[in-house]
Design a protein around this ligand. Structure first.
Ligand code: 3PG
Length: 306
């Protein structure tokens, strides 16, 4: 049995060592492909793999077609929009994620980005504080609920919108619930995005929604760039000099935004939300343990392509 770790963006060394130990203790072979530069390298590496652990690595039809022995793909992280689930399902390949394992890292980054923006990107001029400001959490999952908790610790007035989570559960955390996405945006100076990228959410954060945000608004995106209607965002930033956009991944029109709206947007050079040693260890080791449990006990908890 061969378990391949394939990561363009490598895990911290401690995480790789931990994964290797779990895999080898189970009696399986461990293989590592890091920082690869073309899909061809991945396609070659998966040929004899029974299991793969990935991050945002693209598991396309071509990759799956070349992996004749593959039985399981574990995305060490939350979002699995990088895996062709339909093709995996048609081949009987189980796809899992490791929900919650890297959430704290992403939540801390969301708050860090908010502080950075509130302080004028550390430009030496007077800025503002988070305390007393409204913070809307768009989707109250693992990351969203942690951002809410941190926002409350900063003295922010926190509210959320999530049609998939019972209102009582959100309210139990002392977070106000809005019943529509429109209300969430219209009532919050900061909105932190935590929706997944799906065909339904693609470009759903659009001009009409963003234009209702209060004066001095900041949109924080540690989710996916695909959920933003980039043309709409550009139009809004042209119109609203008070509006800031900060994101853990540059939009496709990022260079243009930075050039036109200097001091009102910031993008990390590479998706950094889950780039901590702790997140790598939590998600990487969870992925390895899930693979061992799958092979030894048939455990399919966390399967996402049911
Ligand atoms: C996730 O979906 O878990 C995060 O976006 C982290 O992605 P990464 O593993 O590519 O950093």
């Amino acid at each position: 049995m061969k378990v391949l770790v394939a990561t363009v963006k490598p895990f911290a060394a401690e995480a790789v060592n931990g994964i290797k130990e779990i895999v080898e203790n189970a009696g399986y072979e461990f293989a590592l492909l890091e920082k690869y530069e073309s899909q061809d390298e991945l396609i070659a590496a998966v040929k004899d793999a029974d299991a793969i652990i990935i991050r945002s690595d693209k598991i396309t039809k071509e990759v799956l077609d070349s992996a004749a022995n593959l039985k399981i793909v574990v995305r060490a992280g939350a979002g699995y929009d990088n895996v062709d689930l339909a093709v995996a399902s048609s081949k009987g390949i189980v796809v899992m994620n490791t929900p919650g394992q890297n959430s704290n890292a992403v939540a801390e980054l969301a708050i860090g980005l908010m502080i950075y923006a509130a302080r004028g990107f550390f430009n030496g001029k007077p800025g503002t504080e988070l305390k007393g400001k409204t913070l809307g959490i768009h989707a109250y999952g693992h990351v969203g609920s942690l951002v809410a908790k941190l926002g409350k610790a900063f003295g922010m007035e926190v509210s959320a919108y999530d049609p998939f989570i019972p209102a009582e559960k959100i309210e139990a955390d002392g977070v106000k619930v809005y019943n529509s996405v429109e209300e969430l945006y219209a009532n919050n100076r900061y909105v932190s995005l935590h929706i997944p990228a799906t065909p339904q959410t693609a470009k759903s954060i659009n001009y009409d929604l963003l234009k209702t945000m209060p004066h001095g608004a900041t949109l924080v995106n540690t989710a996916r760039k695909e959920v933003i209607d980039e043309e709409g965002l550009l139009a809004l930033m042209r119109e609203r000099e008070d509006f800031k956009y900060i994101s853990d991944i540059a939009p496709s029109n990022g260079e243009l935004l930075l050039e036109k709206f200097n001091g009102r947007c910031f993008f990390t050079p590479k998706k950094m939300g889950a780039q901590t040693a702790e997140a790598n260890i939590n998600a990487g080791l969870a992925a390895a343990n899930q693979i061992v449990r799958f092979f030894t006990e048939g455990d399919k908890t966390f399967q996402v392509n049911k």
